[in-house]
Ligand binder design. Structure first.
Ligand code: F6R
Length: 612
């Protein structure tokens, strides 16, 4: 999705802005641009294509301005083009604006402004913003130093939809204004300089001290000050939060791609996420939570709501909660949940999973659940993200920044955190038993076992070389393994562009088996001793029809019947996705590399999906 960077300080802004945009590239985008305040007025340099194309724009090296805004655009309204790229300016070229989000009533505003004599050069919804600010600015007869802020505020109150906005004005060379509503934006506090970004990693090398904004809080930045205002423009105080991620965690550290680095970071991510929540002989503790036995006993249902990979982690969470706590648990896709009038009341706990904490559908589903009286618990990887500000409770995965679009370490960290949460609930409910004791032991051994699973890398790479030109693949599993089949199939689609389907292995014969023919690749996961024989029989059915087979297993099976078998360490079935997904992550990665694709920035995808 679109990315925003801003800088105000004493250094030349343009290199800092472009550097910030380069760090936001992973979010997905199709055009880029910057605007600075120069002696002679506003500069505006933008084009479709990659951020590095900005270096080819004539005059970019001559920019001297020490205040500027920048943007990577992911087209929604209007195709990728120079005109539609941000920043946008008003007719009089007094204001430059970058915007993330969607202005739903932009047609109405465009009509209003056209009637007042304004004209438009782009097809974007954003272009109404600088013109509307200009309209209010020129209507205001007062000349005090809040005039610009008032114009921005009045314009924002006319906007429907979601927005994170940065504005500079040639009349105010020492100020920048920012505001957000339902779209991410953070402020990084420096020394004599300040930074804006839609994402923490882009400015992490400049500062660790961040301010997070609530909806419709307005901010005026100068070189030495940051002043916050509420929606009525009353000054308010805010505290900075220190982000512990270190800047090098947003670098590749010698790996060819972020995705590979993040796959290899999983032992650490799991270790950090489990942290000190329990030891083998102590109960689980979450300092952020205070659930009582009475409350948990009163629950008639738990919903786990998320999108994509996070939803797949939710499926593992359901398995753990139902097994350990005996509370009925449903997993829902956020974009469906928000429109299907779900049955929720104060006896429902809704758990929302989001790596970024900024996914628009998940946030909307959370707001709906709150309105209907449920308690809400967010699981995210980003401190201060929007979802944590909406939820009643927030707990964190400690995976560090995930830069590759295809989620890997966030998924396994979410699975482990959900299982630990299930143990925490079970212990409050008084359901602890020897099964939980041994599960805890297994959880503590996961980092070591992930390292073991990663040793299959070369075998996976070899198999990838054999099948990377395929058009279709199938992922099969039963029980918990079927949830991993889903995630494996999604990973493959995302970064290799190979069509794939995932199915419960027993369901294949009810239709999809018609697609199996000579040479089709079928990947199956078999980690549950109770189900392994059944899955083997299903795989026999596809072998008979000529399929090539890859099996991921921790069971003792006759390996000779399959084309390739990858052995992973044995563990408790509740956490087995954390090990069985490893070869599948590597498989997608190597196929994508073999095809020469951009692993970290797959086409059409965005890291953080902040629009509906
Ligand atoms: C897949 C992937 C997506 C995200 C989904 C939700 O690799 O990354 O499916 O899982 O867009 O994103 P978050 O977790 O940020 O809410």
């Amino acid at each position: 999705m679109c990315g925003i960077v801003g800088y105000i300080g004493n250094k030349k802004a343009s290199p800092i802005l472009i550097n910030g945009l380069l760090r936001l590239e992973y979010r997905g985008y199709d055009s880029a641009g910057i605007s600075t305040i120069e002696k002679e007025g506003l500069s505006l340099m933008k084009d479709k294509g990659r951020v590095k194309n900005l270096y080819n724009i004539e005059g970019i090296d001559n920019l001297e301005g020490t205040i500027g805004i920048a943007h990577t655009r992911w087209a929604t309204h209007g195709k990728p083009s120079k005109e539609n790229s941000h920043p946008h300016t008003d007719n009089s070229k007094t204001f430059s604006v970058v915007h993330n989000g969607i202005i739903e009533n932009y047609n109405e505003i465009r009509k209003f402004l056209s009637e007042k004599g304004y004209s438009f050069y782009s097809q974007t919804d954003t272009e109404v913003i600088p013109n509307l600010v200009h309209y209010y600015y020129t209507q205001d007869v007062q000349t005090d130093n809040l005039k610009l802020l008032r114009a921005v505020k009045n314009a924002c109150f006319d906007l429907k939809g979601s927005f994170a906005i940065e504005i500079i004005c040639k009349d105010y060379p020492d100020n920048m204004i920012v505001v957000r509503k339902d779209s991410p934006l953070v402020i990084g506090k420096g020394d004599g300089e300040n930074y804006i970004s839609s994402d923490i990693p882009a400015i992490l090398s400049f500062t660790r001290n961040f301010y997070f904004l609530e909806d419709l809080e307005f901010v005026v930045l100068s070189r030495n000050d940051i002043t916050f205002y509420d929606r009525n423009l009353n000054p308010i105080k805010k505290e900075t939060k220190t982000i512990e991620w270190n800047a090098s965690s947003s670098e590749k550290d010698g790996y060819e791609d972020f995705m590979l680095k993040e796959i290899y970071e999983q032992p650490t991510a799991i270790r950090e996420t489990v942290g000190a929540k329990f030891s083998e002989d102590s109960k689980c503790e979450f300092e952020e939570l205070n659930f009582s036995k009475e409350y948990l006993e009163s629950l008639n249902k738990i919903y786990i709501i998320a999108c994509g990979t996070a939803m797949h982690a939710g499926l593992a969470g359901k398995n753990a909660i139902e097994k350990l706590c005996k509370i009925p648990t449903e997993v829902d896709i956020a974009s469906e949940f928000r429109y299907r009038n779900p049955i929720i009341d104060n006896k429902t706990l809704c758990i929302f999973i989001s790596q970024s904490g900024e996914t628009a559908d998940t946030i909307a589903a959370l707001k709906l659940s709150k309105e209907k009286g449920a308690k809400t618990l967010a699981i995210t990887n980003v401190i201060g993200s929007s979802i944590t500000r909406e939820a009643d409770y927030s707990i964190y995965t400690h995976a560090g920044p995930e830069i590759a679009v295809a989620s890997t370490k966030a998924y396994t960290s979410q699975v482990v955190l959900l299982v630990v949460l299930a143990i925490y609930f079970a212990e409050i409910l008084g359901l602890e038993n020897s099964y939980i004791t041994s599960l805890k032991k297994e959880i503590l051994e996961l980092p070591k076992k992930i390292e073991e699973a990663l040793k299959n890398s070369e075998i996976v790479k070899d198999f990838s070389k054999k099948v990377y030109q395929e058009k279709d693949m199938f992922f099969l599993g039963r029980g918990i393994d079927e949830t991993v089949a889903k995630e494996g199939s999604l990973k493959l689609k995302e970064i290799s562009y190979i069509h794939s389907e995932s199915y419960p292995a027993g369901e294949l014969k009810h239709g999809p088996i018609a697609l199996i023919e000579n040479g089709v690749t079928v990947i199956s996961i078999m980690t549950d001793s109770n189900l392994v024989e059944k899955t083997v029989s299903n795989i026999q059915e596809v072998i008979t029809r000529g399929a090539k087979t890859l099996v991921i297993t921790n069971q003792n099976i006759d390996v000779n019947q399959f084309d390739m078998v990858i052995q992973i360490p044995d563990t408790n079935p509740l956490v087995s996705p954390i090990l069985s997904i490893i070869p599948l992550q590597l498989f997608s990665y190597y196929i994508s590399k073999e095809k020469g694709l951009d692993v970290d920035k797959p086409r059409n995808l965005a890291k953080s999906v902040t629009v509906e």
